[in-house]
Design a protein around this ligand. Sequence first.
Ligand code: C2E
Ligand code: MG
Ligand code: MG
Ligand code: MG
Length: 288
Amino acid sequence: EAKSDRSSKVTAFSMDLRQRLEEKVTLEKDLWRALERDEFVLFYQPRLSVKTGEIVAAEALIRWQHPERGLLGPGSFIPACEETGMIINIGEWVYRNVARQQTRMQEAGIDISLSINLSPRQFSDPDLIDKILHLPEETGCNPERLGFEITESVLLGDSEAIRMALARMKKRGYQIIIDDFGTGYSNLAYLQKYPIDVLKIDQTFIRDLKHTAPITRLIVSLGQVLKVRIVAEGVEQGEELDWLVENGCDEYQGFYFSRPVPFDDFARLYAANRERQELLARMRDGQG
Ligand code: C2E
Ligand code: MG
Ligand code: MG
Ligand code: MG
């Protein structure tokens, strides 16, 4: 009895394992096919000045337009890409396409920065920095209008290679952005060691301002001391934005203003916001 019980458990376990393995292999095959068939899409989420309400930047966020399963968010495939290493190929697709879209925005007179997420794993590509430095020649983009978002974990390795990589990117004009700040190991010493332009406070802080206000205020003043722009992520409510105004945070991003949207929608959103800004300015000057 006991023995057959155990063996059936073992079988169930290995079935489960096999199924999961098969699913992973299928997903990986699908992802390669998706890259070939151009099924990935970039959405853009605006980043605004807290003080003026102007759109100053946008973050590129990948989606997968799956032929059967519909539009998929990065949470459902980026972890697998990181695990298999194909994030290097998909990441390359991302920065090339964002660079091209930056060129298009420039041509349309939209003078803002676009930012690109880089996974830690992408730094294991020995050609990553050369490929990134080549983007302006390849696409006509303005490197001063492109930023790269990396997480604290990339910097904690404290490796000379990372320091050199970031220095080369910075020298070419790119902005360096720390993403999800405050969720890593919070070793503050690294902040002075790297050429950082922007710190994005992780959205968990904004979600829970009732408890995190003292720390969040500290991060904002850290930005003033280090001369780094501070961005609040995940702003969903007017009260959160009010808090950021009162506490002198530089920029914000979140569903309160807009969810990430396709490129053409973003261009329309930008135009409408600029019109509103101009109208407000005329009213202030007493000409409205
Ligand atoms: P992230 O870089 O921290 O991006 C911010 C995420 O927060 C996005 O989720 C965005 O849609 C979401 N978000 C923005 N505002 C709000 C808000 O007010 N409330 C809430 N609840 N969420 C908000 P998304 O697009 O699902 O991306 C998740 C993560 O996937 C990103 O986090 C980033 O780590 C990764 N990712 C996205 N695109 C890329 C990419 O092109 N390359 C790489 N390597 N990673 C990417
Ligand atoms: Mg990001
Ligand atoms: Mg983030
Ligand atoms: Mg993140």
